[in-house]
Design a protein around this ligand. Structure first.
Ligand SMILES: Cc1cc2nc3c(=O)[nH]c(=O)nc-3n(C[C@H](O)[C@H](O)[C@H](O)COP(=O)(O)OP(=O)(O)OC[C@H]3O[C@@H](n4cnc5c(N)ncnc54)[C@H](O)[C@@H]3O)c2cc1C
Length: 236
């Protein structure tokens, strides 16, 4: 398959420890200013998870290797955010600080790629290798689990009871993989379209017209923005 593409947005993720307890409520909070977004969620009374999305800069390839530089650049991006949030980042744990560029596989590739691009003999792709997507609707990992369920079910239904030494078994393995790709394709096209539209809207380098088109497409295609959470990939 072709390699994945990059949004011009990146994300910094970290944890902050509060040995004597923090005062944040047990809620998922997202604050935005321009192209910068800060999200935080308490893990327990003494630990808070947070992320910051911002534009990727040419220096970030170097910055991403040094947690101190990651923290510095994040503080800079957050200028103007409330002091309590700045303190959260300032006290962040340097051992668990990551700066990641955001990659995605284009939804139109997932829709249009020929079946043979997903399959080679008895080998196929699953998870991010098949459908890397921006984290904007937090479904990438969940989609990987769905892949695993569907792939295992296709194998179980078609190969169970057949001798693995036979030609029939080989054919059934290929049919199972075919069915898996067929069953997963439209689901991952939908998820990756939604994340692509949101990612393009948040992307600082997107043209105004592109952002406008994305807003219009979101309203038409994803008028219920949490419909994807009601999807059922079926029993194992
Ligand atoms: C910032 C961010 C936030 C996210 N938030 C969410 C969320 O809230 N909810 C959600 O569901 N998903 C989320 N995701 C997406 C989720 O993390 C991924 O979709 C998921 O981890 C992909 O799993 P995977 O097993 O396909 O790939 P990976 O997790 O990338 O695992 C692949 C593994 O293969 C290893 N590997 C690579 N090459 C080789 C090789 N040649 N030999 C041996 N090993 C190799 C890698 O080291 C890695 O350990 C987020 C992603 C990002 C970047």
């Amino acid at each position: 398959m072709k390699s994945t593409r990059l949004f011009s947005t990146c994300v910094v993720r970290g944890f902050t420890r509060y040995p004597s307890g923090h005062k944040f409520h047990n809620a998922f909070i997202v604050l935005s200013k321009g192209n910068v977004q800060l999200g935080r969620m308490s893990v327990n009374g003494k630990l808070v998870y947070w992320f910051v999305t911002r534009d990727w800069t040419p220096q970030d390839s170097m910055v991403s290797n040094d947690p101190k530089l990651i923290k510095q650049s994040t503080m800079k991006a957050l200028l103007g955010f409330p002091e309590v949030e700045l303190e959260l980042i300032r006290n962040g744990d340097l051992d668990n600080l990551f700066l990641t560029p955001l990659r995605y596989r284009a939804p139109w590739e997932l829709l249009l790629l020929q079946r043979r691009r997903f399959i080679q003999g008895a080998i196929t792709v699953a998870g991010d290798a098949m459908h890397a997507m921006g984290p904007f609707i937090a479904q990438g990992g969940s989609a990987c689990l769905e892949d695993a369920v569907v792939l295992a079910r296709c194998f179980a239904q078609l190969t169970c009871g057949i001798d693995p030494q036979t030609r029939e078994w080989k054919m059934m393995v290929q049919t199972a993989i075919d069915q898996y790709v067929k069953q997963r394709r439209m689901r991952v096209v939908q998820l990756s379209t939604q994340t692509f539209l949101i990612g393009t809207m948040l992307d600082g380098s997107s043209w105004k017209l592109a952002k406008f088109l994305c807003i219009a497409l979101m309203a038409i295609l994803f008028s219920d923005p949490i419909r994807h959470t009601r999807y059922d990939c079926g029993q194992l």
